[in-house]
Design a binder for this molecule. Structure first.
Ligand code: AFD
Ligand code: MN
Ligand code: MN
Length: 424
C-alpha cells in the first residue's frame, strides 16, 4: 500500500489550525526553533525487518492480520511508515531471515520508498534447516573449531549481502554463554570469540563498521560471553577503530544507569548507536518510551551533549535503530508510537539549556540542575515533532492518519488473514 501526497496533504489541512496554535505557542519560547526543527527533520530511525509482524513469547503467539510475508512487503510497510512520519527512512535486515534474492531489485524498491539500508544483522543464535553444525552450545565461543568456522563464515556472508544493498555496518549479537556453573571456561570462551570477531573484522570493507551488541542474560542464564558494555568494550577496543559497542536498551540488569554508559562510550569514541525499545524487567522489547520515557530523555540528553562536544552529526554519526517486538499491538501502530517517543525525547534534549546546566553543575547547585532537566522534559514538544514531519511532507499526526485510513484492514484484504512474517 502506497500513500500519495494528496491523502497526507488533505489530512494535514484538516488538522492544521490546532497544530499551528500549539506550534506557535511553543516556538515562541525556544531560542533557535528553526535549528531544532532542522535537526528533527534530518533524524532518521531504522526499522528492523523482524519487527513488522506480530511476535510472541515462549508460551505462544497470537497471529495478526495482513502481515508482510516477503521482504518486498516488509519494505512496503516501512515505506508506509516513512511516508507517514518522514522519520523512518531506513531498514535493518536480519540474515538469513531476509536474504534478498535479487539485491539490485530490493535496493531499487527501497529507494523508491526513500529507504536506505542500515546495519545488517547476523544470526548465530538459531540453527537453520540445512546447517551442518549446531549452535546449541554457542557459536563464536564454541569448543569445536568447525562450529566457530561456520559462524565466522556466516557473518562474512552477511557482510556480502549488505555490500550489495549499500549497507555500511554489521551488528553482531551473540547468544553465546553458559547456563550452568562449570559449563564454560570463561577465558577460553572469550578468546575463541575474540578470534572469530577478528576474522569478521578483517573481512569488513574499508568504510564499514562492526557493532558488538551486549546482553546481560537470556538465552543463557548463568553467563553471557558478551554480557555487558564492559565486555563489549573490551572486544571493540582490542579489535580496532572500526569496532563499536551497540546499546540495546533492554539488555541491562534492572536499574542500570544506561545514560552514564552512553556518556562514557561516547567519550571513548566507542558508541555504535542503539537498539531502541523499553522494558520493565528484562529484554521485554516493548514500545519505546512506554515504560520509562524519562530514562529515554536522559539518554538523549547525554547524546546531544556528547555529540555536540565532538561536533558530530546527530543524524548520521551514530546508528539509530529500533529493536522491538509486538505481541498484543498492531506492529505498524507500535512502530509509529516508538518513532514518536524517540523524536519527543530527542526534541526535549535539544531544548535543554546547556549553559545553565553547566553553571549549575559547576556551582554544585543540585536543585537547579534537576530543574533545568525537568523543565525540558516537562515541555510538551509534540508540536515541534509534528512541525518537522509536516515540513518534510509527512503527517501532523501519523498514527491518527494510519487509523483514519484503515490501513490494517486494507492490508488484510491485500495479503490475507494468516500470513506469518518470515523469521519469527
Ligand atoms: C535479540 C537482540 C539482537 C537480535 C534480536 C533478534 O536484541 O538485536 O538481533 O533480538 O530478534 O534479543
Ligand atoms: Mn537488539
Ligand atoms: Mn533484545
Amino acid at each position: 500500500m502506497k500513500l500519495n501526497e494528496k491523502i497526507i496533504n488533505d489530512f494535514n489541512k484538516k488538522n492544521i489550525d490546532p497544530h499551528t496554535r500549539a506550534y506557535e505557542f511553543i516556538a515562541a519560547g525556544i531560542k533557535d526553533v528553526e535549528g531544532v526543527i532542522k535537526k528533527l527533520t534530518a533524524f532518521q530511525i531504522a526499522i528492523p525487518s523482524w519487527a513488522l509482524g506480530t511476535g510472541g513469547t515462549r508460551f505462544g503467539r497470537f497471529n495478526g492480520v495482513g502481515e508482510p510475508g516477503t521482504l518486498e512487503q516488509k519494505i512496503e510497510d516501512i515505506g508506509l511508515l516513512h511516508s507517514l512520519n518522514k522519520s523512518s527512512g531506513a531498514i535493518s535486515l536480519h540474515i538469513p531471515w531476509d536474504i534478498p534474492e535479487d539485491a539490485n531489485a530490493i535496493k531499487q524498491l527501497a529507494t523508491s520508498y526513500g529507504l536506505k539500508f542500515d546495519a545488517m544483522n547476523s544470526n548465530t543464535f538459531q540453527d537453520q534447516q540445512d546447517q551442518l553444525n549446531s549452535y546449541k552450545f554457542g557459536s563464536l565461543q564454541h569448543v569445536d573449531k568447525a562450529v566457530r568456522r561456520q559462524a565466522v563464515d556466516h557473518n562474512i556472508e552477511v557482510i556480502k549481502h549488505g555490500e550489495a544493498l549499500g549497507s555500511k555496518s554489521l551488528t553482531v549479537w551473540l547468544a553465546d554463554g553458559s547456563s550452568f556453573p562449570g559449563q564454560l571456561n570463561f577465558r577460553k570462551a572469550w578468546q575463541n570469540t575474540f578470534e572469530g570477531l577478528q576474522e569478521i573484522y578483517a573481512a569488513l570493507p574499508q568504510d564499514w563498521k562492526l557493532f558488538i551488541e551486549y546482553k546481560a542474560f537470556e538465552p543463557n542464564f548463568y553467563s553471557m560471553t558478551v554480557g555487558d558494555w564492559g565486555q563489549s568494550y573490551l572486544y571493540t577496543t582490542k579489535l580496532g577503530p572500526k569496532a563499536y559497542t551497540l546499546v540495546d536498551l533492554g539488555h541491562h540488569l534492572p536499574n542500570a544507569n544506561i545514560e552514564q554508559i552512553v556518556s562514557l562510550l561516547m567519550m571513548e569514541n566507542k558508541l555504535a548507536g542503539f537498539h531502541f525499545n523499553d522494558s520493565k524487567y528484562g529484554d521485554d522489547d516493548l514500545t519505546v518510551g512506554s515504560i520509562n520515557p524519562y530514562q529515554l530523555f536522559l539518554i538523549f540528553n547525554e547524546l546531544v551533549e556528547g555529540m555536540d562536544l565532538k561536533n558530530m552529526n546527530h543524524a548520521t554519526d551514530l546508528a539509530w535503530m529500533i529493536d522491538a517486538s509486538h505481541n498484543v499491538k498492531d506492529p505498524l501502530e507500535d512502530l509509529l508510537q516508538s518513532i514518536q517517543a524517540i523524536m519527543i525525547a530527542y526534541a526535549q534534549a535539544l531544548i535543554v539549556d546547556r549553559n545553565k546546566l553547566q553553571e549549575a553543575q559547576q556551582a554544585n547547585d543540585v536543585t537547579y540542575a534537576q530543574e533545568i532537566l525537568q523543565e525540558a522534559y516537562r515541555t510538551d514538544v509534540r508540536p515541534l515533532v509534528a512541525e518537522a514531519s509536516l515540513r518534510a511532507g509527512g503527517a501532523i499526526q501519523p498514527l491518527q492518519l494510519f487509523r483514519a485510513l484503515n490501513v490494517r484492514e486494507q492490508l488484510r484484504k491485500e495479503r490475507g488473514q494468516k500470513i506469518i512474517a518470515t523469521g519469527l
